[in-house]
Design a protein around this ligand. Sequence first.
Ligand code: ADP
Length: 252
Amino acid sequence: METVKRKLIDENGLRVDGRRPDELRPIKMKVGLLANADGSAYIEQGKSKIIVAVYGPREVHPKHIGLPDRAIIRCRYHMAPFSTTERKSPAPSRREIELSKIIREALEPVIFSEYYPRSMIDIFIEVLQSDGGTRCAGITAASLALADAGIPLKDLVAACAVGKVDGQLVVDLNDEEDKEGEADMPLAYIPAFNAASLLQMDGQLTEEEFFKALEMGKKACLKIYEMQKQALKERYLKIKESVEAGEENQEA
Ligand code: ADP
């Protein structure tokens, strides 16, 4: 028996979750929520939920793997067994190994790693709940966690996927759109350089669609970038308030 594929864009031009083609999912970001990491951040993008912890810069062990001119940056992207609809095996998969590498490469250009020779920076990305777009949301949150760790950055990295569903270009695909759509193009964007540090493509786009998708992706990343800056401001306002409250307590 043939199954009928669900339409991903309705007669009003809206997507499965009611969004317009250029509309992001609801996004929440929080910076500095883990007491035991040097820096941390949490992001909710639609139903995807991700937490990132950063350690470092700290001394390299064993010492001989240290680099004389810059810090080593390591990254682990990991999906919790309970993050997917079918329990995911806790063992690292090929996909997780690949994503760990490309996420590290997306973040490296903004880190002043030359300030920290013979040291290392560790980035742990834990996907708690997955509904598509986790590599991008992981990058967005990881750059916040790096900033929270006090690591000097040239800029933040904002990431978002653009794709094609039912022949239409759409931003920030959810899992259904990612799986059922015709194309998925994750993009990580560095505003200060007007450059992409990650650009992947699953599926097919025409040349014209590709350039339009790139433009839509850039706009979506810039919206995310504003939210990142807001999340960092909130973190520093809280620190300022607690310092001021502490000073008042001392005076009392
Ligand atoms: P992204 O999360 O960046 O879109 P993919 O396109 O590779 O990455 O994956 C899309 C979605 O597929 C994931 O967000 C997740 O919901 C699902 N998925 C990926 N790997 C697994 C897995 N091992 N088991 C179940 N679902 C998975």
